[in-house]
Design a protein around this ligand. Sequence first.
Ligand SMILES: [Zn+2]
Length: 252
Amino acid sequence: MIIDAHVHLPVVDGCISLQQKKERLLLEMTKNQVSKCIVISDSDITSPIGTVDECVELFKDAENVYVVGGISPFFDYEKQLEKLEGYLEQEMIIGIKLFTGHEMFYLTDNRISEVYDLALRYDVPVLFHSGWANSQYSAVSEVAKVAEEYPELKLVCCHCFYPNICDCQELIRYSNVYFDISSIADDLTILGKVESEIKKLIQMIPTRVLFGSDYAGCNQMHHIELVRRLGLDKRTEEVVFEKNATRLYLLK
Ligand SMILES: [Zn+2]
């Protein structure tokens, strides 16, 4: 079984409405034999990839699609915190996402402690964007400080500091830090290096690396093929594709 723990709903193949994007996502999952996925909403109060309200509404009848709610200190923060709490209470979302780097705030920003406290209260992971441009906002030192201050908090480092996958190694001593491999198969010209780094990471901490693709901005099948090419033993491959997400997000 494959669980894609990181997808979004940007415009794809002429699908513009959220309903169309939903159908397109479900089609992609069928095509690639992905059984479950986690859709991550935007943090803004209006968004082309869907706000948390829109994503929750869109997938409330889809048993195999879960939602993570985005939040930002820049957009109606206190109200959004309350909103997320309501959805956590009703089990309509399974995690909270911070767009550090897309948005200019640090993981250690004092304001974000409210997000960490909320996630701890409901025992859900906090995901954060890493790598790419403006990577300082969720650099290794930032993650380490949060992981240390909140040892019970589950943190998911999305994109593994791409393209500097080896940075993940500095965090493996924190057992509450997980990594999702979304978007790392994006650039075919550096795929060889990326693959050897990610394989090393999986071999070091097989229970803390999750499959994700960053569909529809990135290609889901390219990410599945990347994992298959690593030549992991069957058990480890299963853990990365499925078991880690099930355990971390407490999927039913
Ligand atoms: Zn993403």
